[in-house]
Design a protein. Structure first.
Length: 175
């Protein structure tokens, strides 16, 4: 179980890297600035939990920005870990479906808190805003599912080959 959790977390880290790469490529292409919503979500969550983010002015803003970025990493790795746990309970969707499920979970993990805290209202987003959100999350899900499936399939294949070799060896030594 712990191994699948770790494999899922590693797949989530790879997916998070893909999400960030696609996001930054979009920023380069469209010349759009970095989003401030992650740090606004962290600020809203801190306020709701009555937790003080230390510092003032630029120092505090920098901490909030870093915490916003870190929250994205934690979300991505956490969803990957959850993806690994699906395998533990016997749910291994086809890679394409697993990718869509991981994408949807990652979008919910970032967009639901944003909407609940009133940082942004996805119902008011334009098509280009949705594209800037959906495409990186699809990349995330595709990488999570592909990496997990590749690692697990390779590991399962090696275990099956070892078992077959052991069975053949046992059969031959009994003769």
């Amino acid at each position: 179980m712990f191994r699948r959790l770790l494999l899922g977390a590693a797949a989530g880290a790879a997916g998070t890297t893909a999400l960030n790469a696609v996001t930054y490529a979009d920023m380069v292409w469209s010349a759009r600035p970095a989003s401030s919503t992650p740090q606004q979500v962290v600020e809203g969550l801190a306020k709701s939990a009555d937790v003080n983010v230390p510092g003032e002015g630029e120092d505090r803003d920098n901490r909030l920005s870093a915490l916003g970025a870190m929250s994205g990493i934690v979300t991505g790795v956490g969803i990957g870990a959850a993806y690994g746990l699906l395998d533990v309970v016997g749910l291994r969707p086809p890679t394409w479906l697993g990718g869509l499920l991981a994408s949807a979970a990652a979008m919910a993990g970032s967009n639901v808190p944003m909407a609940v805290l009133g940082v942004s209202d996805p119902t008011t987003w334009a098509a280009k805003d949705w594209a800037s959100d959906v495409v990186p999350h699809l990349a995330y899900g595709a990488v999570v599912a592909t990496v997990f499936e590749t690692v697990v399939r390779d590991r399962d294949s090696r275990q099956a080959a070892r078992q077959l070799a052991s069975d053949v060896e046992s059969a031959l030594t009994r003769r």
